[in-house]
Design a protein around this ligand. Sequence first.
Ligand SMILES: Cc1cc2nc3c(=O)[nH]c(=O)nc-3n(C[C@H](O)[C@H](O)[C@H](O)COP(=O)(O)OP(=O)(O)OC[C@H]3O[C@@H](n4cnc5c(N)ncnc54)[C@H](O)[C@@H]3O)c2cc1C
Length: 434
Amino acid sequence: MNDFLTPPTFISANVIIIGMVNHLTDSTKYSEMVAVIGGGPAGLMASEILLRAGKRVSLFDGKPSLGRKLLVAGSSGLNLTHTGEFSDFLDRYGQKREWLEPILRQFTPDDLRIWVESFGIKTFVGSSGKIFPQEMTAGKFLNLWLARLTELGLSVYREHYWLGWNKSGELRFNTSLGEKFIKTKTLVLALGGASWPQTGSDGQWFEILSKEGIPLSPFRPANCGFEVKWSNHLKDKFAGVPVKNVDLSVIDLQGVRFTQRGEFVITTYGVEGSLVYAAGSRLRDLIEKNGYAEIYLDLLPDWTKDKLVTQLSKPRGKRSLSSFLERIGINGSKLSLLWEIVPREEMNDPVQLVEWIKALPLHLNCPRPIEEAISTAGGVCFEGLTENLMIKNKPGVFCAGEMLDWEAPTGGYLINACLATGRWAGKGVLEYIG
Ligand SMILES: Cc1cc2nc3c(=O)[nH]c(=O)nc-3n(C[C@H](O)[C@H](O)[C@H](O)COP(=O)(O)OP(=O)(O)OC[C@H]3O[C@@H](n4cnc5c(N)ncnc54)[C@H](O)[C@@H]3O)c2cc1C
């Protein structure tokens, strides 16, 4: 790998790095060069495709190290993709399914597993269909990948923060040695979304592409927590506690009911966790339109109402209502949610209490800030791209990864689509340069 601190004004294997004044134009090399900006999963995958096709690739990233968000994502196990019916998998991409489908069909969860196995890493299916690498941390996996790319000949320029194009169409980079200009015919942008900016994906590119007239959709938080006004008691006693095995339902803006089983976590500000993320885009859209969203929790999804009424109508002797409820599986965080929301007088009426247990409403006020979200919706609109992911009004410039305008819940759907679009953009470049 090249050390970002040492490159002078020179022609690298694949890009022409020029100072303020020198414009080197070796036409043979110029036609072969490919620059990739962004060293996350999408940019690394685009690089791999290009390198394997014998292209010379230079990868630029604003940060001192690559793959920082991948490392964060993998901090509690690197969930790369998801098992199950492929059509269910595609459904997770919601309204952007039709754009992503051809791309994902060429890099399915099975293809992803085969690709991971090419590193000598086995994968396994964990809880609820999530797929992880076996006995492998995200850090080790990233190191293996970077070693492979180095072997294939990748040149890496760290701490090269992209600022856009200058009037001559050269790429502008802010580096520790001052501003650099780089001339390239083909470019893959894989700059990520705008969440977790400390990992490098700060979304500043939005402004740059907007000035170029590229169709963009505003960033919005995705896979984020939502605020709920809890009592101090609930916050003090139950912040950080999961609520497991519940059905969450919401009626979306189109009037369609969404229901999913899973778990979420009570936090000091409200709720977060996989079940909330699964409904997240619907909740966010409702809040944008109405100022709030209402979700309904079925705290005992395996019980029918009749069975519950019968159970709760039995004499409970000297037992308190709480200990009585605990016997049927409403304890800890579930019990505290009931006491938080249900009026006292209705707690003692079995028929009314069952209605609450089967559809406990939670009033969500707003999503958490985008910086805290796991991912972002919004970005480069597919309408502004060719089917190869090249920007229509910027020939030779391709986009991949989370910076494209799609979203999906957590569960491996994000990384799978980032890798698939990186691969697709890489192939697009190959087709473009012939
Ligand atoms: C807490 C957390 C948990 C997650 N868990 C999961 C999960 O379980 N499953 C899943 O599928 N996904 C998960 N993700 C999401 C996943 O990590 C991202 O979707 C994925 O990393 C996006 O890949 P990318 O290549 O598009 O962008 P990124 O990985 O964000 O990479 C973008 C790169 O571009 C660089 N860059 C940005 N702007 C510039 C610039 N102007 N100049 C130079 N370089 C620039 C950045 O430094 C960065 O290296 C999680 C994310 C977070 C934060």
